[in-house]
Design a protein around this ligand. Sequence first.
Ligand SMILES: [Zn+2]
Length: 269
Amino acid sequence: MNKQLFKYYLNIFLLLAFIFSPIFAFSWGTTGHRVIGEIAQRHLTKKAQKELRDLIGMESLSLWANWADFIKSDTTHTWDHASKWHYVNIPGDLTREDFMKSLQNLNAENLYSQIKDLTAQLKDKSLPIEKRQIALRFLIHFVGDLHQPLHVGREADQGGNKIAVSWFDKSTNLHSVWDNSLVEFQQFSYTEYASNLDIASNNDIKKWQESTLEDWFYDSYTLANKVYASIPEDGKLGYKYNYIFKADLDQQLLKGGIRLAQLLNEALK
Ligand SMILES: [Zn+2]
C-alpha cells in the first residue's frame, strides 16, 4: 500500500473510532432506552394503543426512546433549555422522608417537575397534536432516565460524570458505565433484552404499578446510594462489577418499561 493510501485509510479509521467512542455521557445508551420502550409497548391497554395510533401512527415507543438525547445536538439550539430535564440532583444517603422533602423542594426545571408537566400535556386533548407528540417523546425517554440510578445522583460529581473509573481497562466515568457499558456488556439486541426481561409475575407488575412517581424516584435513589458506595478504590470495573449489579440493572430496565406503560395507560385512558 502506498503512503497516501495508507494515510487515507488511517483517517477513515480515526473518524470511525471517533464516531463510535462513547465520549458524551447521555443517558441509558440507545439500547437501554429502547428496551424500556419495547417492554412498555407490550403492556399497553387497548385504549392506550388506540390513542397512540392517533398520535404517532404505527411508530413504536422504542423508535422515539432516544429522541430526547438526539435533540441535544440540534444546531438551531431549539432544545438547549431541555438538557436539565434529564436528571435530578439530590444529596446522598437521606432518609426516605428527607429524600421526599428534597424532591419537592428542588428549584428550577428538572426530571421530576418535567415528568409531571409533560404527563399533563399528554393528557390534555385541547392542546395541538404536535405539542402532545413532543410530550410523548420526552416521556418515553424520561421514564427511562429516571430508572438509570445516576440520573438521581449527586450534584458534586454530576451524577457520576466526574467520577473517573475504568471499564475493562478503558478509561471512562461512572455515569457512562451505567448509561452504556453495563447494558452493552449483556450483548443483547434491544428486542432480545426486552423479551428476556419481560417475564415478571402479575403480582410484581401490580406492585410496581401501585407505586407513585415519587416511589420510582426513591427506588432509583436507593440504588444510586449503593452505586456510590460500591466504587472500588482503584476504580477498576469489569466482571466483578457486572456480577454485583446485573440483577439491579435488569430490574431497573424492567420496572422502567412496566411503569412507562402504566404512565401512558393512565394518561391516555
Ligand atoms: Zn436522557
